[in-house]
Design a protein around this ligand. Structure first.
Ligand code: AHM
Ligand code: MG
Length: 484
């Protein structure tokens, strides 16, 4: 009898294990809640860059359909099937694609429809102090209206709006038109980036980022001196999140083709608008930026005002004195979306560095630099201020600017060496100011004792990777390197 009982127990244990293994194999890891951060090595030999495990599993086109075109709508539906908690983001993406299709058409026909030129014939100034074009204002309204209908956003921040605002507070929500409304996410966007180019038919684009407001870490942010209303405080608090909190980001390029490129934290995907059917169709699956390029892309008119490390770096790659010993070519559109789209595909380096007149560069951290940084990192590239990782910087204001340099990993690490070797105290203090309050910056480190190590930070901020000049790496907590 004892033996029969023993055999029965053993069989149950074995069956249980088998069933557990089958379950683990069959159920996607994203089901059943949020994944935890783990170390993932995404790099070659000596170097390592830590990224979090994807929150959502992204499908390659072969997983969906190998024969016919996959539309963005179809793709997102399949994604929700594999990642049920992606449903709200799918709804936001539906709104985004409608807005981008509308904008693509408006940009393409602007010369014919009288939409070129300045808003109100001139004199309409946005919060940045920049003169608004007609299309800037229209693009902002198109995005706001489209995103309202997703029902999944609480707060929106835009380059063309002075403050982030609560989209749920709009009257459209008071008459039960939208029945289900999670209002869980926050969208930040630059509606029409590069709009100074638009009247000349030069490519422009829309940049967007989505934060999960539930992940906002700045609960103790002190707004008391600002004199702003409580509701505004909440919007601001929800919005001022570092790039590491982005759950989705991307851009839409309006050029000879309209390209919708995005990441959900698990690779980069590009859908191209097929005008004949009015749908975005998957054209580039799991995009990877080449590790090296031979193009640099900066507004060189500013070079005499750049920090010395940037001047030296560009001079060296122009003359074939850089690591590759080849002379780099210059390409600069002056539309970040266009320049990033080229850099993503051809490799190389793009940036708007700090200069004497603009010690924080020109590009905006929240809705330009951070979303593009997230995307580039997901494609295997890097995005830095010069030395430090853009994704780690906590914004202190909505329209904060930041030096932004991004591109191929090896080009970026080469450029970074010039900053790491700099001992310029002004550079160092600018950098420290940006990272104030983060665990990337150790306040106790004395400037004099700084060694020229590379500190890339990490996505979840819990450990840091340092690299010395010889490429040896060590991990430290909160170590602070030299220049920005
Ligand atoms: P914008 O958002 O007002 O259009 O400004 C951002 C643009 C970027 O697209 C581009 O990289 C940069 O400004 C170009 O600036 P500059 O004309 O100084 O080179
Ligand atoms: Mg812009």
């Amino acid at each position: 009898m004892k033996w029969i009982t023993f055999y029965l127990q053993l069989s149950f244990i074995l069956m249980g294990n088998i069933l557990l293994e089958v379950y683990a194999f069959a159920v996607p890891r994203s089901l059943g809640g949020r994944s935890t951060n783990v170390k993932v090595t995404v790099n070659d030999n000596s170097d390592e860059f830590e990224i979090p495990e994807p929150r959502w599993v992204c499908l390659s086109h072969v997983d969906i359909c190998a024969e016919t075109g996959v539309t963005l709508s179809r793709y997102m539906k399949e994604m929700v099937r594999v990642n049920p908690d992606l449903e709200e983001i799918e709804s936001i993406f539906t709104s985004l694609q409608v807005a981008c299709k509308t904008l693509s058409n408006l940009v393409r026909t602007s010369a014919l429809s009288g939409l070129t030129g300045l808003e109100d014939g001139g004199g309409s100034i946005n919060i940045q102090g920049e003169e608004q074009k007609k299309l800037d204002v229209i693009a902002n309204n198109v995005l706001k209206n489209a995103l309202k209908w997703s029902g999944q956003l609480s707060t929106i921040a835009s380059e063309e709006e002075e403050k982030p605002f609560n989209i749920m507070g709009d009257s459209v929500f008071s008459n039960d038109i939208i029945l289900e409304n999670s209002g869980r996410y926050v969208a930040v966007f630059d509606p029409l980036d590069g709009s100074s180019n638009v009247d000349a038919g030069i490519p422009v684009g829309t940049i967007f980022g989505i934060f999960d407001q539930a992940e906002c870490p700045i609960e103790d942010f002190d707004f008391s001196d600002d004199g702003i209303e409580k509701a505004e405080e909440k919007c601001l608090q929800d919005t001022l999140q570092p790039g590491t909190n982005l759950v989705a980001a991307g851009y839409c390029l309006y050029s000879s083709a309209t390209s919708f490129v995005f990441t959900l934290g698990s690779g980069v995907y590009c859908f191209t608008l097929d005008e004949t059917i009015g749908e975005f169709v998957l054209t580039h699956s799991d995009m990877k930026i080449p590790n090296r390029g031979k193009i640099y892309s900066f507004n060189e008119a500013n070079r005499w005002d750049w920090d010395i490390p940037m001047q030296k770096y560009v001079t060296d790659i122009q003359q074939g004195l850089g690591d590759t010993k080849s002379r780099y070519s210059s390409r600069y559109i002056g539309s970040m979306v266009g320049d990033v789209h080229r850099t993503l595909q051809y490799g190389g380096i793009f940036g708007y560095p700090a200069d004497k007149r603009n010690p924080d560069g020109k590009l905006r951290l929240l809705y330009e630099a951070a979303p593009m940084a997230f995307l580039l990192e997901q494609a295997g590239g890097l995005a830095l201020t010069g030395k430090n990782r853009i994704m780690n910087i906590p914004p202190t204001s909505v329209h904060q600017r930041v030096p932004c340099i991004l591109g191929s990993r090896d080009d970026m690490l080469e450029m970074r060496r010039y900053y790491v070797e700099s001992r310029d105290p002004e550079l160092i203090s600018r950098c420290k100011a940006r990272l104030k309050g983060t665990n990337v910056l150790d306040e106790d480190v004395d400037d004099e004792s700084l060694s020229p190590i590379v500190n890339l930070g990490s996505h979840n901020g819990d450990s840091l990777l340092n690299e010395d000049k010889e490429g040896n790496t060590t991990t430290t907590m909160g170590e602070f390197g030299a220049a920005q």
